[in-house]
Design a protein around this ligand. Sequence first.
Ligand SMILES: [Zn+2]
Length: 274
Amino acid sequence: MTGRDWQVPVLTYHASTVGGPDYAGNDHVAFASDLATATRLGWRIVPLQWVVEQRLGLARRDLRRCLALSCDDGTVLDVRDVDYPGQGLQPSFLSLLEAEGGQPDRHLTCFVIASPEARARMDRDCLHGLDWMGEEWWAPALAGGRVGIGNHSWDHNHVVMHEAGPGGMPRGDFHVVDSDQRAGFEISQAADYLSARLGQGACPLFAYPYGHAPDFLVRDWFPRQGSALGLQAAFGTQGGAVRPDSDPWHLPRYVCGLHWSSPAQFEALLAGLA
Ligand SMILES: [Zn+2]
């Protein structure tokens, strides 16, 4: 592979997926297993930011046999070991990553939801009401050097927000973010919130809630507004590696539980890209 035809898989996990002790249904078990597999097979973990810089022509690193890690929805389980009700202690993604000493550039980007009200409702209605969706961990995690904080929208346009969004926007779907007004509400508002807490330019990456990437955002709004908000790229969940011709406003990711559900499937996924 030359510098021109590089490809890097970006993996996505959800720390709130704790359905039992097994790989399928517990993203902490899967994450630990996948890190070990990647290291054993000679894959190098690199920051997601490196992948974006490569795509944008801002860097020309050797990214052969490299992969990047991300997780969505931003709970404290990303970075802190938590005793999960009925399931026992779950080591955080960060704990598992820290332990992978053979990977000097290991890094994880956590895409978080900005709105305090949305996070409070999700914590109560979708999790266990144990205050797992606070924001107090964002800045220390970022300062620790192994974690990036990314923008996963203002409120995920999640159904916990019972009230319609701007212009009567229905909830539970991100394809409906199809106007300047709605994009401002979901994306600019989140970017401003994250900048205020973590510093200007600290969160240059966006991930589409539900993996829904409306044409309006990909082709029109992000190219017009992205850089003014300090955003460089947006990630979907369409299952492919990032390549030189990938759309920077709709870069692909693989999702654990959707694109692979076992160590063997993970190994096959990597083998298909080597
Ligand atoms: Zn999400």
